[in-house]
Design a binder for this molecule. Structure first.
Ligand SMILES: Cc1cc2nc3c(=O)[nH]c(=O)nc-3n(C[C@H](O)[C@H](O)[C@H](O)COP(=O)(O)O)c2cc1C
Length: 225
């Protein structure tokens, strides 16, 4: 006999119908990078779509298979793929990527009732590209990237403030703070990209682009909601 289920703490929170737009194979671009560019522009142009560049970045450590995900800011798209920036030495995602280069990105644009899922192997971008983006960051964020051992346990807020003060002193008078060696861009090279458009009664439109390898042609299919 199975044990009785626990009483839920939260149960079936209220939700809504998705009824704004539709999506068909005939509507999408042949190249998913172009399709993404179109949807991303629509999301960033929409004043109700705050932080359209926020994306869930999922990784899995091997051999344990433990999965983790977190929100990052999507910063760059080129013909090869989608780049995010982070600490690749001390963070949990760094640990995951070292053991397993595969990752997934998920965008959710609430106002347009759209989701985009991107899956594929990752690769570090060149130092030159990481430095190009690092230069654009605010001075405080540059110092933070040097000072903070991302995702490592620290004693308290005072320890973080002390680390930041040390780096501020080190960089005093330095106009052009360099990009830390452990910090930079990671590109997800897509092998699969799904465009999801919410529809009524949960009968959503899902158009998926797939390819076996980076140099293979894309195949476009519709999948069931
Ligand atoms: C809106 C938002 C944007 C974020 N952007 C980034 C980012 O671009 N890079 C980053 O390293 N962490 C970013 N973070 C923090 C991450 O979610 C996470 O706390 C951090 O990267 C450590 O993750 P990890 O321990 O899983 O590696 C962001 C968090 C939020 C909520």
């Amino acid at each position: 006999m199975s044990a009785p289920e626990e009483e839920p703490i939260i149960f079936a929170p209220e939700t809504f119908q998705y009824n704004k737009y539709s999506l068909d194979i005939g509507d999408v671009e042949k190249d998913p990078i172009e399709q993404f560019t179109k949807w991303f522009k629509e999301a960033t142009d929409d004043p109700d779509e705050t932080l359209a560049e926020a994306v869930t970045f999922a990784t899995a450590e091997l051999p344990s298979g433990r999965v983790s995900s977190r929100i990052l800011l999507f910063k760059e798209l080129d013909v090869r793929g989608f780049t995010v920036y982070s600490n690749w030495e001390t963070s949990k995602k760094a640990r995951d990527i070292q053991s397993n280069p595969h990752a997934a990105l998920t965008f959710f644009w609430k106002n347009s009732q759209r989701q985009v899922r991107i899956e594929g192997p990752t690769e570090f971008v060149s130092r030159q590209l990481s430095e190009r983006y690092f230069k654009l960051r605010a001075r405080g964020s540059k110092i933070g990237a040097w000072a903070s051992p991302q995702s490592q346990q620290i004693e308290d807020r005072t320890e973080l403030d002390r680390r930041v003060s040390e780096k501020e002193a080190e960089f005093e008078g330095v106009d052009d703070i360099s990009c830390p060696p452990h910090w930079g861009g990671l590109r997800v090279v897509p092998l699969e990209i799904e465009f999801w458009q919410g529809r009524n009664c949960r009968l959503h439109d899902r158009i998926v682009y797939k390819r076996n390898g980076e140099h293979d042609p894309w195949k476009i299919v519709r999948v069931a909601p």
